[in-house]
Design a protein around this ligand. Structure first.
Ligand code: SF4
Length: 291
């Protein structure tokens, strides 16, 4: 098996996929909450390096049906190289059904819909986009490098190209004061985007990040567990979409999975009741939460 460079992250839904590291780090790498790739200088690995990894994996994983291309933002790689890599993958993994990768609004908008469609024809089946918030002030503050309008435009391009879109949003990232405004704006943005899946994660303030420094000075206060559930209820209540809204990441206090729109009203009611009762017994214990 090839050796990964540093820690490799993948979406929960790629747990059974073969993970190949195509990029090192993240092309943006500026979000104030994100500890993921701070030690890595972004680069796209060469086709020769990838072929070496593929040849090492193929004997054991030749039947792989799903491959995830790590690290952050593999879509930022040059189009011709990406197409050549997808062709290599299809040649060595004949049962391959889907290739997935992370993207950001900039890397999506750096490609035309025609280019995205070509990638889809060659095997790119799903993109994971970190939306985080629908509130432009919050997006600018967290240095996301994209506005809500950019997120909508990028998402439309992905959908037009026929690629599945899974997005993540961050509970708590607007702090205690901005919580409800962030929830409503994010629900509105998700309604405009209409993703196939939404994953709501809870902000965890990691030592060494700019967000941690802000928390230390008192400039950022994370909402408490029940305020976070109230934020989630408000967000779901403002989201109109067809598909799955998950909040079952290990960072969350209450794992839920909502089939939208059918289970929306019932979920919002359940969350609000829970917030009123403040029954801590139902929450994931602090020591069990993780990124
Ligand atoms: S774009 Fe994603 S991986 Fe890159 S810094 Fe922001 S949150 Fe982290």
């Amino acid at each position: 098996m090839p050796e990964y460079e540093g820690t490799v992250i993948r979406p929960p839904s790629e747990a059974d996929s073969l993970i190949l590291q195509y990029t090192i780090g993240c092309s943006h790498n500026r979000c104030i909450f994100c500890p993921a790739y701070k030690q890595k200088q972004y680069r796209v690995r060469s086709l020769a390096e990838m072929e070496q990894d593929i040849l090492e994996c193929a004997p054991a994983f030749g039947d792989a049906r799903r491959i995830f291309l790590a690290d952050g933002d593999a879509l930022a790689a040059p189009q011709e190289e990406l197409l050549a890599l997808l062709a290599l993958l299809r040649r060595h993994f004949p049962k391959l059904q889907r290739v997935g990768m992370y993207a950001n609004a900039g890397s999506i908008l750096g490609k035309s819909v025609e280019e995205l469609s070509c990638l889809r024809e060659q095997g790119l089946g799903i993109l994971y986009l970190g939306v985080e918030s629908g509130d432009d002030e919050v997006l600018a503050w967290m240095r996301k490098g994209a506005t809500a309008a950019d997120m909508v435009e990028a998402s439309r391009a992905v959908k037009e190209a026929g690629i599945k879109l899974s997005v993540t949003v961050l509970l708590g990232i607007a702090g205690a004061d901005g919580s409800m405004r962030h929830a409503r704006a994010t629900g509105k943005l998700l309604s405009e985007i209409g993703p196939d899946h939404v994953g709501a994660l809870t902000t965890m303030v990691v030592r060494g990040t700019p967000l941690h420094a802000l928390q230390e000075t008192g400039a950022f206060t994370l909402p408490g567990p029940f305020a976070l559930l109230a934020e989630l209820a408000e967000m779901i209540g403002h989201t109109e979409m067809r598909g799955l809204f998950y909040a079952n990441h290990a960072s969350n206090y209450l794992p839920i999975r909502v089939r939208m729109p059918h289970q929306r009203a019932e979920t919002v009611r359940m969350l609000r009741e829970l917030v009123q009762r403040e029954d801590a017994f139902l929450l994931t214990p602090e020591r069990s939460r993780r990124l």
